[in-house]
Design a protein around this ligand. Structure first.
Ligand code: DQA
Length: 147
């Protein structure tokens, strides 16, 4: 099946961006790990990042048109602001897991609210880049059942 890993603003700077909060691993490196795992399980993972809300909305619409089965989504700062991205996910009704590298509950209070958590299948926050791998493992489990 097709799996989309969708990433919001400033995540293109992973590796150099606030490394004590977000770690040293780049998004490209996370993407190659995820793609390899998805491929090994007989699936196909596409990595998308944009700093623009409309581009993320378009990517979700495209995922609907392409029959994407599962989305791993780190909406980044749009987590806390975007009703439009929430509505896009509801519109395509593709199951998704919300991922954050940092523990959003251990930071500024404005990061504690998410426009996605109540409609996500699950939320992973605070486990760094490993959170993406854990989210993929959960998605594969839901798509295929236990290995
Ligand atoms: C983030 C957490 C958000 O609050 C922040 O705006 C980000 C990244 C994370 O992965 O920890 O850009 O989604």
């Amino acid at each position: 099946a097709k799996i989309l890993c969708l990433n919001g603003p400033n995540l293109n700077l992973l590796g150099s961006r606030e490394p004590t909060t977000y770690g040293r691993e780049t998004l490209a490196s996370i993407g190659s790990t995820l793609s390899a795992s998805a491929e090994a399980a007989g699936h196909e993972l596409q990595m998308v990042q944009s700093n623009a809300e409309h581009a993320l909305i378009d990517a979700i619409h495209q995922a609907g048109a392409d029959g994407v089965a599962y989305i791993l989504f780190n909406p980044a700062a749009f987590t806390h602001t975007s009703i439009a991205l929430r509505d896009a996910l509801l519109a395509v009704s593709i199951p998704f897991i919300e991922v954050h590298l940092s523990n959003v509950h251990a930071r500024e209070s404005f990061r504690a609210h998410s426009y996605f958590s109540d409609i996500a299948e699950g939320v992973i926050s605070g486990l760094g880049a490993q959170g993406y791998s854990l989210a993929l493992a959960a998605a594969l489990h839901r798509l295929d059942g236990p290995p």
